[in-house]
Unconditional design. Sequence first.
Length: 149
Amino acid sequence: MREDDRAMLDGGGKAQAGGGRTYGIGELAEEFGLTLRTLRFYEDEGLIAPARLGTVRVYSHRDRARLKLICRGKRLGFSIGEIKDFLDLYDSDEAQVEQMRFLHTRARDRIVQLEQQLRDVQQTLKELREIDDLILAHLRQQGAEAGQG
């Protein structure tokens, strides 16, 4: 490998020929708390497209920005397919109008899902507390103490 190629791949954040900073797979994995396998999966799914020098992946600033959006989308509960659709819209719509419409619709759908999950969890907690109270009352009536917990 040539010296300038080696410098471009350096995990120390060297500038690439086009002027942008590059990143190694390990560097991005560590930064985002992901495994190397996860990064390769995102590449296989078409979410990121690192350049290659031989067998070495070279990630650009654009790849890093996309990875940041992918991680955020996953944290918010979006599927890989939804994230891919969102990223694809970004590439095809410079004004980002369609991207924002898409995200707005998906975000509202996700809010509805999460609100329903919250109601379900609140109902479950209410029922468990009622059961707990009934058990404690029964144990007291029998002169027994509650177990550790």
